[in-house]
Ligand binder design. Sequence first.
Ligand code: UD1
Length: 420
Amino acid sequence: MDSFVIEGGTVLRGEVEVSGSKNAVLPIMAATLLTRETCVIHHVPDLSDVRFMCRILQSLGAVVTMEGGTLTVRAENITGTGDYDLIRKMRGSICILGPLVGRLRKASVSLPGGCVIGTRPIDLHLKGLSALGTAMRIEGGYVHAEAPGLRGTTVFMGGRSGPTVLGTANVVMASVLAEGVTVIESAACEPEVVDLCDFLNAMGARIHGAGSPTITVTGVPALAGVEHRVIPDRIEAGTFAVAAVASGGEVTLRGARPDHLGAVLEKLREAGARVERRNGALTVGAGSTLRPLELTTMPYSGFPTDMQAQFMALLCLANGTSIVTERIFESRFMHAAELLRLGADIGIEGPSAIIKGGRPLSGAEVMASDLRASAALVIAGMAAQGRTQVHRVYHLDRGYERMELKLSRLGARIERTQGE
Ligand code: UD1
């Protein structure tokens, strides 16, 4: 298993190109299953999760090619059985269920795996699909779905922690080819849901209200092939912004969408960072002081759970006490124990982490536990004095395109090594 070796204490400066969004492209790839025609997707990041999704689409019978950042999918003849070995490795694969039900009216999909950040149920996905007239049973680790008459209805998708992103995507994708009108209430408002709906509308779907809590889908008989460019990855952009501030430097995020980063940029400003929009580009840099923060993760447009770990690393460097409260995923604090190994002072109390910042960090060996936790360890390692080795960076490869190369170009001393 690969690891990163980081020599800390460097200052990040320069420009970095933001890749296409992982969380947007995965459901969009699943949506290609809704048509027999060819779909061409641009600005696709080269990530292991994307390669997994390609294999899943191929295992269903689609013809898939990836060249540069362009992915072409032709799902002319497909089957509705998703392979266990592929799907269990990636949580995002659950979003093939909606399009398979929509197109074939029948699907068997293995229950997904993914990051270790809580139990991550799929009850809301199942509830939404059932409301549309899908009979569902779970047997042998698979969801078996049958929907001879898929019909529009009103479905409430809110759960204990608010709306579900992939659940919303699944219900939208099942309803675009259903009969009649589907109204999804308490829908997720994330930009990735909007990008999916833009993709589907370009295919000929009739979806209104994406980006708001009420999405209305009027079923159509068939969808056509399409060409689409994926939105930039707001979490990658946010991660590089935090890394720049933590290092005391300044980074310009080329291609970032500031309108997708509202809560993150606001918290950076509150912490004392400089955030500027120059000539259409977004530049984020360290200010004269780094201040502690209180922040709580929330569904979009609130502060994203996928940026929580990176901010925790940053707040270890801010003099004073910060409180980070996680409201989306229970047990998403695995990075805290690893940050302690670098010399941080963090206590966990229920859903909150209390960070007493300002103690100097020093390099150590640490273990990545999930995708965003790994990013936090890299940020902390770059800010620490001495050498940090981050083990199990395969988590990072799931969601960050060539992270070590991008960071090296900004001045970081970071290298990938093979083996434990
Ligand atoms: C997506 C993102 C992930 C991000 C998360 C929250 C992708 C590929 N992944 O994951 O990076 O961290 O949104 O922004 O897009 N829940 C239920 N029942 C369900 C589904 C979800 O109770 O059926 C709960 C979850 O446990 C969690 C909350 O709802 O507490 C939000 O999860 P959800 O939005 O579904 O996350 P994902 O879509 O899986």
